[in-house]
Design a binder for this molecule. Structure first.
Ligand SMILES: Nc1ncnc2c1ncn2[C@@H]1O[C@H](COP(=O)(O)OP(=O)(O)OP(=O)(O)O)[C@@H](O)[C@H]1O
Ligand SMILES: [Mg+2]
Length: 364
């Protein structure tokens, strides 16, 4: 049976939702070269130890072993994406995306039993997206890279040891980051309209990701070609200097951005220094995040000025969650709209678009 999935291939994390399952799968977009690791105690969830070999005609290296997601976050030799990486072309993103889809597939099949004994082949129609500025030039390429047959073999992953999963992507429906989120916000799961103001209105979106911030303007659910733009900046643009300052000031090194974000999310701002007691990193975070918020609010105002027809502005993406208090302060009297689970909105939108388009013929 073909499964429908929404997959947001984020620079920070890859997020997958399958139709009919309300639990999204989130895998940090971090990989490290894989090797035979010493396991003292097996992890309690497959997501904590994704150790895979991937075979795909779309990857430049065949049959490579990778640690993916959480297992790579603490690894010395890990890589996270940089500003210069292009999502549509990045091998790393494809590795994480395929791993997430393979895992989501076997997990869904085994939902009824306690072991992962489902079939070793999962077939998908997926909805996904690209940033505003990458979309026009790369949406075809991205689609072609995703569509086809790939194979993910789990090695030391708990509950999935030595499982080989064929991931077949029949179709990939590529839309635009931020705009898809608005589709989700304004419709029910049945795809019927939930919010007429948003669905039929002229709405500004500011979607703050890790490396890109997208500003689509959506009018009656169609993207405005002239006014939609994107910026090569995101939360990671500020996380990197935060980590640098912490290292310079306190000699404390975060192994990855993901590790710093974990702390910010949990509001654990105290770091342990070697032999020197503790230090509070909140002032550094505040300083950079306020700066980011001021810059983003300036960009929103500029766009609103250029296009006064915009009725309201939604601020979404993981960056909206991270910056909310700072944005509210910077916005002053300008009203901005925030939603819950802001980093998952695109993913849900992609799933709905896949649902809506897969019921139509494939010529889109
Ligand atoms: N609640 C939160 N608190 C702090 N930081 C957060 C929170 N939620 C997400 N982030 C951070 O905000 C950034 C953006 O997250 P998001 O998931 O939207 O990025 P992405 O979609 O993976 O990236 P991109 O859109 O650039 O591809 C990331 O660096 C993420 O770690
Ligand atoms: Mg994103």
């Amino acid at each position: 049976m073909i499964k429908l999935a929404g997959i947001d291939v984020g620079n920070d994390s890859v997020k997958v939702a399958l139709d009919g399952s309300n639990e999204p799968i989130i895998v940090p977009n971090v990989v490290a070269p894989g090797y035979d690791r010493h396991i003292l105690q097996e992890e309690d969830s497959p997501l904590k130890a994704l150790d895979v070999v991937i075979q795909s005609p779309k990857l430049s290296k065949r049959n490579q072993r990778y640690f993916v997601g959480l297992l790579a976050v603490e690894n010395q030799d890990n890589t996270e994406l940089e500003e210069t990486d292009n999502k549509a072309l990045s091998d790393q993103s494809l590795v994480v995306a395929l791993t997430a889809l393979a895992y989501a597939g076997v997990k869904a099949e085994s939902a009824s039993s306690s072991t992962f004994s489902g079939s070793d082949e999962v077939e998908y129609i997926i909805g996904t997206g690209l940033p505003v500025r990458t979309y026009a030039k790369f949406n075809r390429t991205f689609e072609e890279r995703l569509v086809g047959e790939h194979e993910v073999t789990f090695l030391s992953t708990p509950q999935l040891r030595n499982r080989r999963v064929k991931v077949i992507i029949r179709r990939a429906i590529v839309s635009i980051e931020g705009a898809a989120a608005l589709y989700h916000i304004s419709t029910y799961d049945s795809l019927q309209i939930r919010d007429e103001e948003v669905y039929y209105g002229c709405i500004g979106v500011c979607e703050i990701g890790a490396l890109t911030t997208d500003f689509p303007v959506v009018k009656r659910m169609s993207i405005d070609n002239q006014f939609s733009t994107g910026e090569q900046m995101g939360i990671a643009t500020y996380l990197d200097p935060i980590m640098r300052d912490i290292e310079d000031l306190y000699g404390y090194r975060f192994p990855s951005r993901a590790k710093l974000v974990q702390r910010i999310r949990q509001r654990q701002f105290t770091i342990q220094r070697i032999g020197e007691g503790q230090a509070d990193i909140k002032p550094i975070v505040d300083q950079y995040f306020s700066r980011a918020a001021v810059r983003i609010v300036e960009m929103i105002k500029k766009r609103w000025n250029k296009y006064p027809d915009i009725q309201c502005f939604y601020v979404i993406g993981g960056g909206a969650a991270a910056l909310k208090p700072y944005l509210l302060e910077a916005a002053g009297s300008i009203r901005l709209r925030f939603v819950e689970d802001s980093e998952l909105q695109n993913m849900y939108g992609y799933l709905k678009l896949a649902k809506s388009k897969s019921s139509q013929p494939s010529a889109i």
